[in-house]
Design a protein around this ligand. Sequence first.
Ligand code: HEC
Ligand code: HEC
Ligand code: HEC
Ligand code: HEC
Length: 342
Amino acid sequence: MKLTTKLGLTLLAPLLLSLLTGCERPPIDTVQTGFRGTGMEQVYNPRTLLKQASLNQAPAPAEAAAADGPKASQVYQNVQVLGDLSVAQFSRHMASITQWVAPDAGCAYCHNTENFADDGKYTKVVARRMIQMTQRVNQDWKTHVADTGVTCYTCHRGNHIPANVWFAPKDRKNANSALGDLAGQNIATKEAGLTSLPFDPFTPYLKDAAAIRVNGNEAMAGVGAYANRASLKQTEHTYSLMVHMSESLGVNCTYCHNTRAFQSWEESRPQRVTAWHGIRMARELNNDYMNGLTDKFPAERLGPKGDVAKVNCTTCHQGAYKPLYGAAMAKDYPELQALAKP
Ligand code: HEC
Ligand code: HEC
Ligand code: HEC
Ligand code: HEC
């Protein structure tokens, strides 16, 4: 009896100690981001930052190619987007996207190598649309990406599928299960930063355009699926989205808000405005680009409800306040800067 108690204590002691010291081992750095006395500070852990830094290195740009000589559209048979490039520039582009999206599989990931003009592989059809999507971001979403811009690498980082995408989650409405009806929340999920907040903050805000609010200015406002976003229950979706945004940028709420008054734009940092545009941009990419590709993807690439993989803040940011810590990769790829002439 005595022995087991002693044994129990020996096992418990380190556990208790680790609980008492909190979740993160010091040192912790704080950086003031707002006016003095507002408590607007960022809390960083240098160890996490070090790990982050190695994940967010941009690859060196490929050597520029000559713009003279015949155009790709004159030489190749099935070039619908990049026809204005010279053949040398076109080849440089193909080599770059191979490095960014399919470094191991090579050209054959998208091409029937017997006939490069063939559109038989879905990956090529998707890639063509991805080129247009990237151009769109760099040309028309400067309110968010500024002149830093994005390339395929921003999302893909050498992977066929970006490491962070989202799908509509499967229904968890089984009232007969031990947990009962979860009402879209009440379990710890990665999406909600391991809180029990709603685990799909993306469908209402990054696909649909529900109001991101906790302060209602009318009683029982709105009609339909997204009625009364200011009810106590619905505001939990707002908080879940905010947790996602903070986690994807590796920042605290005070990176954007003065927590004295979350809704006040006057008291917010300019970064909140950038984030506001980012929400609209992600929404557009999901509706106008990703959604339209649904029937191009094979079934195993789709989510439990048959929807296509979609973009959220983490798809680009991957834990950094600016993707790749603001490395301006896009400037070295002018073909990804502007929409090609039709
Ligand atoms: C991630 C997908 C992807 C990879 C990998 C890729 N390509 Fe392409 N390739 C495309 C797309 C998309 C087009 C069509 C571009 C357009 O319509 O403007 C294309 C078109 C071409 C064409 C024009 C064919 C024709 O006659 O219409 C050639 C040649 C080509 N690629 C060569 C290559 C080579 C060589 C590699 C490997 C170094 C490569 N590609 C890797 C997606 C890819
Ligand atoms: C804003 C983020 C983003 C950017 C930028 C981006 N992609 Fe994607 N890409 C995605 C998402 C999301 C998917 C869907 C993942 C999946 O395949 O299920 C995807 C899928 C793909 C696929 C299909 C992969 C597969 O195996 O199913 C190809 C090929 C691809 N992208 C090529 C490109 C190319 C080439 C570029 C640059 C011109 C690019 N992407 C830029 C987000 C992005
Ligand atoms: C990267 C910037 C950013 C971060 C970090 C951030 N927010 Fe927000 N927050 C916004 C933006 C932008 C809006 C407005 C969204 C809209 O209207 O489309 C908003 C809206 C809100 C609202 C709704 C206010 C209203 O008008 O009713 C609350 C509450 C809120 N955030 C709380 C938080 C909390 C709590 C955190 C930390 C967990 C957080 N935010 C982190 C940018 C941010
Ligand atoms: C298509 C890729 C992409 C997506 C998706 C994306 N961002 Fe960004 N974001 C960027 C780039 C690139 C920058 C750098 C712009 C610059 O250099 O000023 C940036 C910058 C920002 C900044 C400014 C940081 C600062 O300190 O100036 C905030 C805040 C931000 N993003 C929030 C978000 C939020 C919130 C989301 C999701 C709703 C999001 N982003 C989705 C690419 C993206």
